[in-house]
Design a protein around this ligand. Sequence first.
Ligand SMILES: [Ca+2]
Ligand SMILES: [Ca+2]
Length: 88
Amino acid sequence: MLPADLTDSFTEKEIMSFKEVFWTFDTDGSGNIDRVELRDIFLSVDPDVDELIIEGRIDKMLKEGNREGGDENIDFGEVPLLWRRASG
Ligand SMILES: [Ca+2]
Ligand SMILES: [Ca+2]
C-alpha cells in the first residue's frame, strides 16, 4: 500500500503517526481528505480566519500535496509530502 519512498524516508513510528493524523482528518472514512475535510481542519485550528484565506490555503495544499496531480483530495501517500513542506 505504501509508496516505497515513504518507507525509505520515514521510520515506522513516523508513518504510524501519519496514519493517526490521516484517520483523524478523514472524518467520513472515505480514505482521502477532501476540500470539505481540509476546511474543517483549518477552521478547527483557527476558527476566526477569513473564508477566502482558508480557500487559498486549501488550494495551495491540494496543489503542493498532490502526487498524481489534478484530483481534489489528499490521499494517505500524500500526507508525508505535505508534512515535509510544513516542517520545512
Ligand atoms: Ca474523506
Ligand atoms: Ca491526491
